[in-house]
Design a protein around this ligand. Structure first.
Ligand code: AMP
Length: 308
């Protein structure tokens, strides 16, 4: 054992307290509220990376109490999806969450969130129609049930925490659109902040699922962000069609066959074939090795300013 371990490692290890029950969570938030605290919520499924941490830091900068939730939500996984192998490391997550500024982490078990069991759930929150029926919501893909699971758990978190602000990532662009719609339709008194996608130095969008990639697949996966860059270049040069073609070629060169690569209106998610003055999303989903990866770029044609 190295006796200099402490000297080499002077920073004390802190961990955010993990609350397991809804009652504890409500009590902690109520206490902070009594002191007039504003509350920020960062919902996650854990296995934290810089994308998650950017949301926590944003919440820290704006809110007095920062609550992160850590829950691998079974209702948003379809049969045959990766629920059982979804990567988990709670100890590391609690440390990283605290370092980024989370005051507490709500990390309940499945039975705490769904006390009647998954088969016994009687009430779902569901955004219907185009927003949840296309792209990942297409029945041939994850389907509308995926988003129903997301909106149900997020609605429950909103009811438990009653946050002033909730933070989401542009990485899951369709999810962000769906959540904004739920908040608007159900009058949730919360401001939704959607923050830019955090990427690895080589462009790959950070994702807990990147842990599934073999070294070779990790290299191939960089084609997704290159494809989106090509699409954006094409759009900015005035030809969305040529941009999408170039994007397809990038993927093909890497041996990647996308489930979808599409340009859509950033608010309505309607298909866009020609550029106009509305912000548009180019979104891609593709299997790479044993991972299913998604990524997107948000393009504001009118001011030639892009994010994500
Ligand atoms: P997840 O744990 O994958 O459910 O993600 C939790 C939150 O982090 C969601 O709002 C995601 O959109 C967001 N997020 C995931 N990856 C990134 C990323 N690379 N950059 C920014 N936000 C992200």
């Amino acid at each position: 054992m190295n006796s200099n371990l402490l000297a080499d490692n002077p920073r004390p290890t802190v961990a955010a307290p993990a609350l397991r029950t809804k009652a504890e969570l409500r009590a902690a938030v109520a206490e902070a509220r009594r002191d007039g605290a504003t509350v920020g919520l960062v919902p996650t499924m854990g296995y934290l990376h810089e994308g998650h941490l950017s949301l926590i830091r944003a919440a820290r900068a704006e809110c007095d109490l920062v609550v992160m939730s850590l829950f691998v939500n079974p209702t948003q996984f379809g049969a045959g999806e990766d629920l059982d192998r979804y990567p988990r490391d709670e100890e590391r997550d609690l440390r990283l969450a605290a370092e980024a500024g989370a005051d507490l982490v709500f990390a309940p078990g499945v039975e705490e969130v769904y006390p009647d069991g998954l088969e016994g759930i009687a009430t779902y929150v569901e955004v219907t129609g185009q927003l949840t029926g296309v792209l990942d919501g297409d029945p041939s893909r994850r389907g509308p049930e995926h988003f129903r699971g997301v909106t149900t758990v997020v609605a429950k978190l909103f009811n438990l925490v009653d946050p002033d602000v909730a933070y989401f990532g542009q990485k899951d662009a369709q999810q962000a659109v769906v959540i904004r719609r739920m908040v608007s339709d159900l009058d949730f008194p919360v401001r939704i902040e959607v923050l830019p996608t955090v990427r690895e130095p080589d462009g790959l969008a950070m994702s807990s699922r990147n842990a599934y990639l073999s070294p070779e697949d990790r290299e191939r996966a960089t084609a997704l962000s290159r494809a989106l860059e090509a699409a954006e270049r094409g759009a900015r040069a005035g030809s969305l069609g040529m941009g999408l073609e170039a994007a397809r070629r990038e993927l093909a060169t890497a041996g990647i066959e996308p489930e979808y690569l599409e340009a859509r209106d950033a608010e309505t998610l309607e298909r866009v074939h020609t550029l106009d003055d509305r912000p548009l999303l180019v979104l891609v989903a593709a299997p790479v090795g044993s991972a299913r990866l998604i990524d997107n770029v948000l393009i504001h044609p009118s001011n030639h300013d892009s994010q994500s």
